[in-house]
Design a binder for this molecule. Structure first.
Ligand code: HEC
Length: 281
């Protein structure tokens, strides 16, 4: 009986160890300092505004953000929040940003599909009508929805920044299929495409996204330099905010709760001392 158990355990180990040993690990992401890190972290509003511009002008042609409405841009903590307009639907800047974008609608008289400028109450429109169309335009790869991508990836902000800035020339000996790009920060297993020594398989993987950023690709309204690193940082900050728009409130609440608990502990300690003052124990 015992032998059987041991044999089964060994078989289990062998089965699980096999594929894991074959895969290479991607390069560890760059560790950047972000304004929103740590218990006191806050979003940098100017950075979120630049990041929205990068998303809108570059990423939105391939990636949807289905959980976002234009009004979210003007809510408390959002990139375009203005105290004068506590209701973001009244915020003229948000309205103007929405109106720059066309969305599909139905003509209520004729029932025909029409296009009209978006309002603050509209969702961000998807660049493709469905997944098949999205894949057909991207060589078979599916650009994922970016609404919560930062939460969906380990070390999200550093990972997304590193993928965006990490495209590299494939090392000689690595065969890259058309429509694919070598990226050391993107997970994958390149062993099958590698002609060199099997102990030195390059790290990373092939990604079906052409390098989206480039120097000068977006003109920042605040005069920030339009480098690839700047664009990548800003769009990552924007995506982080989109993944958790209430982060600042959560952290402020956590801090208040900690202070309250601390005061409560001190009070409790003194009342304990007082109650037991004349009691031998
Ligand atoms: C030309 C279309 C296109 C543009 C523009 C584009 N992407 Fe992509 N992106 C893709 C495709 C396709 C994939 C899926 C790649 C794959 O599955 O190999 C992808 C994947 C990703 C991923 C997923 C990585 C993962 O771990 O799954 C992230 C993050 C991403 N893109 C962010 C961005 C950002 C940010 C921008 C704007 C700066 C952008 N993309 C612009 C097509 C695009």
């Amino acid at each position: 009986m015992l032998r059987k158990v041991i044999a089964l355990a060994a078989l289990g180990l062998a089965l699980t160890a096999g594929p894991a040993a074959a895969a290479t690990h991607p390069e560890h992401p760059h560790q950047l300092g972000w304004s929103f890190q740590g218990p006191f972290g806050k979003f940098d509003k100017a950075q979120l505004q630049r990041g929205y511009k990068v998303y809108r002008e570059v990423c939105a042609s391939c990636h949807a953000m289905n959980l976002m409405y234009f009004r979210n841009l003007g809510q408390k903590g959002g990139p375009f929040f203005d105290e004068k307009y506590p209701n973001p639907n009244d915020n003229p800047y948000v309205k103007a940003l929405a109106a720059e974008i066309q969305v599909n609608d139905i003509d209520s008289e004729t029932g025909d599909t029409i296009q009209r400028p978006a309002t603050s109450a509209d969702r961000f429109p998807s660049p493709f009508p469905n997944e098949a169309a999205a894949r057909a335009s991207n060589g078979g790869a599916m650009p994922p929805d970016l609404s919560v991508i930062i939460k969906a990836r380990h070390d999200g902000p550093n990972y997304v920044y590193s993928v965006l800035t990490g495209y590299a020339n494939p090392p000689p000996g690595l065969t890259v299929a058309p429509g694919q790009f070598y990226n050391p920060y993107y997970p994958g297993d390149l062993a099958a495409y590698w002609k060199g020594d099997h102990h030195s398989v390059p790290k990373g993987g092939f990604i079906g996204m052409p390098p989206p950023l480039g120097t000068g690709k977006v003109t920042f309204d605040d005069g920030a330099p339009s480098t690839v690193a700047q664009q990548a940082k800003d769009v990552t900050a924007f995506l982080t905010w989109a993944s958790e728009p209430k982060m600042e409130e959560r952290k402020a609440f956590g801090l208040a709760a900690m202070i309250y608990l601390l005061l409560f502990t001190v009070l409790l300690w003194f009342s304990y001392k007082r109650i037991w003052r004349n009691v031998a124990h």
